[in-house]
Write a protein that binds this ligand. Structure first.
Ligand SMILES: Cc1cc2nc3c(=O)[nH]c(=O)nc-3n(C[C@H](O)[C@H](O)[C@H](O)COP(=O)(O)OP(=O)(O)OC[C@H]3O[C@@H](n4cnc5c(N)ncnc54)[C@H](O)[C@@H]3O)c2cc1C
Length: 484
């Protein structure tokens, strides 16, 4: 079966849903959204592990056009964010456009159109918009012997809810943003928890609190108040950019807060030493938690800092030869961020894949358009990630840019737009030069922000309002265009 549409969007996370809503509002109706799963939600549908919640306040981590007066707390839990995305999908009439159960296998630019093949059928489109997500593909470590392990193994992004963890001996691999949320949630339940830590993260206090019924009523009655709260959060977070990008020395001050947090919560000097990072705060993602350290101080938890030599049928042996008997292994090992599946899926002009185009690292003009890939725009493309604020802000900036591109194409009768290679190069050179003095490259750590060559192709190295300014208007002079 084959269908033709003006626009095909891939993915139904914040990016795909936001894009679809805005397309509809702008009067574009001939589009479909392809989603491999059976419901919307992306990150917030897939990450159902205990304790999962956002770490950017909900008033900011939501669409500007769809404020939610009913967030239960400052940092809302995953089920609420998933519901929020479902509600936005329904209330803006996007659901009829979505084709669930369609896993995109390839998208090729052939004879002036995108030919998209899913596991179900093919689609032809003039415009292809990818919202496939930067953190959608779980990353699994290669552990020797794992195939012989006799217990249960799963990744935090594919939580096994059928498994009752009570009384089990559990190994958790990794101490990133997900692990620090689920470790305190499962610690009281399990018999033993062996936490395998390669690098300790910096952990700041989590200023979370319930949002009262009175506050919710005010937000419902006076939406401007909620808007003002959102703006306050936005500017508070934006001020952190200085520390990340311009004056890394500022981070030393923030680090003192994290050090005090650790000292207050962990009394045992040996454990505290294990949990003290040896890099400047900010170099890796800064985590927030009030219950992570206390959980690690409980008697049923051991923090293992030696490397993993092998997995046996009944446990994990460290590089020091110590065997940890476990019956469950949970990967808190994050996602494939710099080796995205989209790289082998999308083929532009002359059949060139994104992987080939990105042989020297991922790059895109404004993190959105790529030379050699006409009429293709990527939401949360290279260098649009954030360490301090809401990704939804970046997504909305990109959506506005793409809409302006579509309007410009219509107004000027353009059939094709493809960003000029020199324009892309100049933009990327600017990004790389701004990246040089940031905490991510100078903070003394390796992180998932960096690719195998040590380049930071994931984060935006400046203020987010700067990104918004740059994406405010689509400039056809920056593109090679072909008239109808
Ligand atoms: C646990 C967790 C917590 C986070 N917390 C925050 C936070 O507090 N603040 C913040 O700013 N960011 C946070 N993030 C980052 C988060 O990923 C982004 O904020 C945002 O949700 C990304 O939205 P997206 O639509 O781009 O991608 P996703 O939400 O990942 O959606 C991508 C969608 O594309 C679909 N898809 C992928 N490949 C295909 C294919 N081949 N065919 C069809 N469909 C496909 C997926 O099924 C999915 O539905 C968090 C991430 C995780 C994992």
């Amino acid at each position: 079966m084959s269908e033709r549409h003006r626009i095909v969007v891939i993915g139904t996370g914040f990016a795909g849903i936001g894009m679809a809503v805005r397309l509809k509002q702008a009067g574009y109706d001939d589009f479909v959204v392809l989603e491999r799963a059976e419901d919307v939600g992306g990150t917030w549908r897939d990450n159902t592990y205990p304790g999962c919640r956002c770490d950017v306040p909900s008033h900011l981590y939501s669409f500007s056009f769809a404020p939610n007066p009913d967030w239960s707390s400052t940092f809302s839990p995953q089920p609420e964010i998933e519901d929020y995305l479902r509600n936005v999908t329904e209330s803006y009439g996007v659901r009829p456009h979505i084709r669930f159960g369609n896993t995109v296998e390839s998208a090729r630019w052939v004879d002036g159109a995108w030919q998209i093949t899913t596991n179900q059928q093919t689609f032809t489109a003039d415009i292809l918009l990818s919202g496939m997500g930067p953190l959608a593909e779980p990353s699994y470590p290669k552990l020797p012997g794992i195939e012989d392990f006799e217990g249960e193994v799963f990744h935090s992004a594919r939580w096994n809810h059928d498994l009752n963890l009570s009384g089990r001996k559990v190994a958790v691999i990794g101490t990133g943003a997900s692990a620090i949320q689920f470790v305190p949630a499962i610690q009281p339940e399990v018999e033993e928890l062996h936490l395998f830590q390669r690098t300790p993260p910096w952990v700041m206090p989590r200023p979370d609190r319930k949002i009262t019924a009175a506050e919710k009523a005010i937000y419902r009655r006076f939406p401007l108040v909620q808007k003002a709260v959102r703006a306050g959060i936005y500017w508070g977070r934006e001020s952190m950019v200085l520390g990340f990008t311009k004056l890394p020395a500022i981070m030393k001050q923030a680090q003192k807060i994290a050090e005090t947090h650790l000292a207050h919560q962990v009394r045992d000097p040996l454990l505290r030493a294990k949990l003290t990072p040896d890099f400047t705060l900010g170099c890796k993602r800064v985590l927030i938690s009030d219950d992570y350290y206390p959980a690690l101080a409980r008697p049923n938890v051991e923090v293992v800092t030696d490397g993993i030599a092998e997995v046996t049928p009944t446990g994990i042996v460290t590089t020091e030869g110590v065997k940890h008997e476990v019956d469950t292994i949970i990967y808190g090992t994050g996602f494939k961020v710099t080796d995205l599946p989209v790289m082998d899926m999308v083929h532009g002009r002359d059949g060139v894949s994104l992987r080939e185009a990105w042989a020297d690292g991922m790059e895109a003009h404004l993190g959105t358009a790529i030379a050699g890939f006409p009429n293709f725009f990527m939401l949360i493309g290279p260098n649009t990630g954030l360490g301090h604020s809401s990704m939804v802000f970046m997504i909305e900036s990109q959506i506005a840019y793409i809409l302006d591109a579509l309007k410009t194409m219509d107004a000027q009768g353009l059939r094709e737009v493809e960003v000029r290679r020199d324009v892309q190069r100049a933009f990327v050179a600017g990004v790389r030069s701004s990246m040089r003095n940031t905490i991510w490259t100078r903070g003394g750590c390796t992180s998932w922000y960096l690719d195998s060559e040590g380049r930071n192709t994931t984060l935006w190295p400046s203020f987010t309002f700067r990104f918004r300014q740059l994406t405010r208007r689509f400039d056809p002079a920056e593109y090679q265009t072909l008239a109808m």
